[in-house]
Design a protein around this ligand. Structure first.
Ligand code: ASP
Length: 439
């Protein structure tokens, strides 16, 4: 059995955290491929090493003296090396980094050094081979990710390697220019390594015990989700629940490798298992509740709209031409409502309204801002009667007016639109009915 283990920044922020990670890895001999992030925050107002690197490089590019900033970064690593009593020197590495910063090697190169150096320390601490991600994670000349070349390079390189450390977050073009994924991208590296070694499991270790049924900033001590399917995860992430980088899902999902989100600070917790499909029924009817604020709606009304061929297309064209993405589109017989992100709509509001007038000559257009969408997601909803009824009675009891209802045809989710001021109460009311007073 082979497991790939990725550790996030907070799991590797200090020597003490490294020790926890070491224990986790030694605890299971299948944990053979390790993907580390850069050291994250040690306490709440600490700075992540990646952010220190961005700032330091910015000073270098401006021609300012960046030696103090680089020394602070070095100090972060030295603290870890000393705390672990390692015989590992980063002198040479820092000399190379200083020179490359001076020669403006690129902002991605700068940011990637956080993972590179942490990978070196990790390799020396565990006695696992260090594999530089620049050699095995390939980007195209235009900066886009090259999945095919990466899989070839990575699997060939790791084929005869029993245990390795591959730093997260970056790779390189074929000419050696370093390129990073977007922020949080070490999750993606972990997924690529899992695919390359055909792992049985991709463990993603972070500082929470997996996904929670609802946002803990809104619901007090929400329960965690034991098993979630990729489809459910997509619905919840779209609505703002985030633990994992979106691009981390595709490579392992394609290969049928489950992801297990685990907590470095509570390794006894089972965390959340993300799978393609499962016959394990969720404990509650729903798997999770998520929501996002900041929507606006445009309701277009016109008599006999239902029989006017091409009406919807013309309206949608207006949004496309103005570069505004449509989030939801519930419709009635003579009305259609478009939900959009409030900020992106506001910039083009007047232009869009006049374009709609010209395109479809509506009888009436109504705008509403400060809306929120709340999604109740769960594979268990499909076979359960009365889920919608419970949602609406819970909201009614909490004196919340429902402005929009959207149930996907997959029956995997029900989305309701509410006023901004009802947003948090709606989530609390739904959590209460489905989890706390579970019938
Ligand atoms: N260190 C990078 C960041 O802070 C990448 C990662 O942690 O995944 O975004």
């Amino acid at each position: 059995m082979k497991k790939v283990v990725k550790f996030g920044g907070s799991s590797l922020a200090s020597a003490d955290q490294f020790k926890k990670v070491g224990t986790i890895i030694h605890d299971d001999e299948n944990r053979r491929y390790v993907v580390p992030s850069a050291p994250g925050k040690r306490f709440s107002n600490d700075t992540k090493v990646t952010d220190m690197l961005y700032a330091c490089y910015e000073s270098a590019v401006k021609g300012e003296d960046f030696s103090g900033q680089l020394a602070d970064i070095r100090e972060r690593y030295q603290e870890i090396i000393d705390g672990l009593n390692l015989d590992c020197s980063l002198d040479q590495d820092f000399e190379v980094i200083r020179e490359n910063f001076q020669n403006e090697a690129g902002v991605d190169y700068a940011a990637s050094r956080g993972e590179f150096l942490n990978g070196k320390i990790m390799s020396s601490y565990l006695g696992f081979e260090f594999v530089d991600a620049a050699e095995v994670i390939r980007f195209n000349d235009d900066g886009s990710f090259n999945a095919g070349a990466t899989d070839e390079l990575l699997s060939a390189r790791l084929q005869d390697t029993d245990a390795a450390v591959v730093p997260g977050f970056y790779g390189a073009k074929s000419d050696g220019t370093v390129v990073t994924f977007s922020r949080g991208g070490s999750d993606v590296t972990g997924s690529l390594v899992a695919l390359a070694v055909r792992a049985d499991l991709y463990e993603n270790w972070t500082d929470v015990s997996g996904f929670l049924i609802a946002d803990p900033r809104i619901v007090k001590n929400p329960k965690s989700i034991e098993t979630i399917t990729y489809k459910e995860l997509r619905e919840l992430s779209y609505m703002g629940a985030s633990v994992l980088h979106e691009d981390a899902i595709f490579p392992v999902r394609k290969a049928g490798i489950p992801i297990n989100i685990r907590n470095t600070n509570a390794p006894e917790d089972k965390g959340t298992l993300i799978v393609e499909s499962t016959c394990r029924q969720p404990k509650y009817t729903i798997t999770g509740i998520a929501g996002t604020d900041g929507f606006a709606s445009i309701t277009i009304e016109k008599a006999m709209m239902n029989s006017e061929i091409g009406f919807c297309r013309k309206v949608l064209q207006v949004f496309e031409d103005n570069g505004v993405s449509i989030e939801h589109m519930p419709s009635g017989i003579d009305t259609m409502t478009i939900f959009v992100n409030k900020n992106s709509f506001e910039e083009k509001e007047q232009k869009i309204l006049s374009d709609i007038q010209r395109a479809v000559h509506p009888d009436h257009v109504e705008l509403e801002s400060d809306l929120a969408l709340v999604a109740v997601v769960g594979r268990g909803m499909k076979s359960t009667r009365g889920t919608a009824g419970r949602i609406f009675s819970a909201l009614a009891h909490a004196h919340i007016n429902v402005k929009m209802i959207d149930q996907g045809s997959s029956e995997l989710n029900i989305i309701v639109g509410v006023k901004h001021e009802d947003f948090k109460n709606a989530i609390r009311a739904l959590y209460e009915i489905f989890v706390l007073t579970q019938i």
